[in-house]
Design a protein. Sequence first.
Length: 194
Amino acid sequence: MDNSRLRVKASDYELEAEGSRDFVREQYEAFKRLLGGVPGKSAVPESRDPIERSPSPQAAASPLPREKTVAPAKSETKSFQKLLVWDDRTQQVKIMVLPEGPTKVADTVLLLLLGYRELRGASQVSALDLNQRLRSAGFDDLRLDREMAPYLKARLLLRSGVGKGSRYRLTTRGVKQANELVQTLARLIPDPLP
């Protein structure tokens, strides 16, 4: 079997495809179509035949995407867009209404993780980025690991790494909890006037 490999980078977006020549070409065309719909990004230029041939005759299995981006359900989309916004100037997720209560820091982190997951396709976010966003939201002098301990114990999110190098990601239960929080907080934001 003829095995081909392609790797393309366009600004913040990247495609890696491996398999038959037709499969790789199909993936590349889909990538170009997706980039064409991104505002502010130019489409990927036409290729000069970007496919490299691999000398190894390994059987090509269907490659799975490394990170899966999950779009919010249609009923959640409006609430989601009212509450979580991508700020192009700072290149960060912005929360329009902050949660209240004893777990407000942990709830804010859940919302930030959901925002990065849905708006940027980033399943993991570094502790440094989360701390920076929390400081800009008005939460100063806090230890993220201590604030997140109850949610880590409840398995709403997972932590990997140590100290400043740690990264957080939502579990399925965490995504569900964050979506419920989005629905609750989005009710506090008035609808824009027509």
